[in-house]
Ligand binder design. Structure first.
Ligand code: CU
Length: 430
């Protein structure tokens, strides 16, 4: 484990060769870093204009330093270790200790200065996806700037011109660097906190990895056949629940930096798409949905009123995206003929994907490998992995409480039940 002191020592050495001028070097903000996967409480702004902070699933917001009216952030691109879910860790690249990097939160009109230090073994750059900014701050290697060499620190500076939902990611060796987990969320809040006000504002990025069972490092040349589908580099049951008090207005902002689209589905409620990559959707132009497709490179902000108490599933509706590694590359024959058993007798390790519900926990798995369908619920195995979590709506929740309230206790006689009467006679038609 690298200690903080070591990090600082390494940083000092790296900075000796940095491209920024001496005055800027002396002014570099401290590096704030974490190795935690726990969701931090929304960061109330200690200075600057007020806003309502967001909650990052299994993540956090990067503190800034206010200097002469400019919000200064320090991002460090570096190798990190991320727990994907209990039982599996991955060797990724990210920012400030984790993948994804910390969320950046500013207010429309803020002057922002971002110091980006490269501690990766290869050049990088950083692109502020969706922002209006000077062309030279857009971060495309070769087009807008030279790449940030290992050890160098670059400075980006612009005014946050439009409230909305944004992302940051490299525009250098992209397939490798995003396949390794380099990305982060950015929220620009409206200047008036009463505008587009919600009670809870959750954010996360969708990302995907190809990590062979028994290994730790993503295969970066994979283009399509990923086997770990994640929200903020976490797979269910490692993903935080999104909790809300009954009646609250809830916003969930999602960015997609995988290589495919994800139809995101909420149970028990209708929502509207209140924001896209380009800003807020005018209220008259919104329509109700229970699923919305989020294409590659897109951001969506959905909103709904937490109208019904309970534990409501929230997930990608591509069913192989709610499965972990074991679901990929095995035969896909649902076995109702006993064939799988016959094959298994002669082919060691053969499994069919059909009919496997409920037996996941008992199967032997390679080291550092998540079961395909998992998650212990109040009624048994939830049989979900990957891009799945739970919206937990409770009447008795404090307004600032983001902790997991445990499983829902439904009112008596409100749960589907086993029918135990007589079977009716079979009637044939025609
Ligand atoms: Cu999906």
């Amino acid at each position: 484990m690298v200690t903080r002191r070591h990090l600082f020592t390494r940083l000092s050495a790296a900075l000796a060769s940095a491209v920024v001028g001496k005055a800027a070097l002396a002014a570099l903000p401290d590096i704030v870093s974490t190795d935690s996967t726990a969701m931090r409480k929304p960061l109330e702004p200690p200075n600057g204009r007020p806003y309502q902070p967001v909650a990052t699933l299994n993540g956090w917001t990067l503190p800034w330093r206010m200097r002469d009216g400019v919000k200064e952030f320090h991002l460090v691109a570096e190798p990190v270790e991320r727990e994907i879910a209990p039982g599996m860790r991955a060797h990724l690249w990210g920012y400030n200790g984790q993948s994804p990097g910390p969320t950046i939160e500013v207010v429309e009109g803020d002057r922002v200065r971002l110091f980006v230090t490269n501690r990766l073994p290869e050049p990088t750059s950083i692109h502020w996806h969706g922002q209006r900014l000077p062309n030279g701050m857009d971060g495309v290697t070769g087009l807008n700037q030279p790449s940030i060499q290992p050890g160098q620190t670059f400075v980006y500076e612009f005014r946050a011109q439009r409230a909305g939902t944004f992302m940051y990611h490299p525009h250098a060796d992209e397939t490798t660097q995003m396949a390794m987990g380099m990305m982060g969320f950015w929220v620009t809040h409206p200047p008036d906190p009463a505008v587009m006000h919600v009670d809870r504002d959750y954010v996360f990025l969708m990302n995907a990895y190809d990590i062979s069972p028994g290994s730790y490092t993503p295969k970066v040349n994979t283009m399509l056949d990923f086997n770990i589908w994640t929200f903020n580099s976490r797979a269910y049951p490692g993903i935080d629940p999104m909790v809300a008090r009954l009646g609250e207005r809830v916003r969930i902002r999602v960015g997609n930096l995988t290589m495919t689209n994800h139809p995101i589905h909420l149970h028990g409620h209708e929502f509207v798409v209140a924001g896209t990559d380009g800003g807020w959707v005018p209220p008259a132009a919104r329509w109700p949905e229970v699923t919305t497709d989020i294409a590659v490179g897109q951001m969506r902000a959905i909103e709904f009123t937490a109208a019904a108490p309970g534990d409501w599933a929230f997930h990608c509706h591509k069913s192989h995206h709610t499965m972990n590694a074991m679901g990929h590359g095995v035969s896909n024959s649902p076995d109702d003929s006993g064939l799988a058993k016959q094959i298994a007798a002669s082919v060691p390790g053969y499994m069919s994907t059909g009919g496997m519900g409920g037996m996941q926990m008992s199967m032997p798995l390679p080291e550092n490998t998540l079961p395909m369908m998992t998650g212990d619920g109040p009624y048994g195995n939830i049989e979900m992995g990957g891009m799945f979590t739970v919206v937990k709506i409770r009447a008795d929740l404090a307004r600032d409480d983001y902790r997991d309230p445990g499983w829902y206790q439904p009112p008596k006689d409100s749960v589907a039940y086993l029918w135990t009467g007589e079977a009716p006679p079979v009637s044939l038609r025609g």
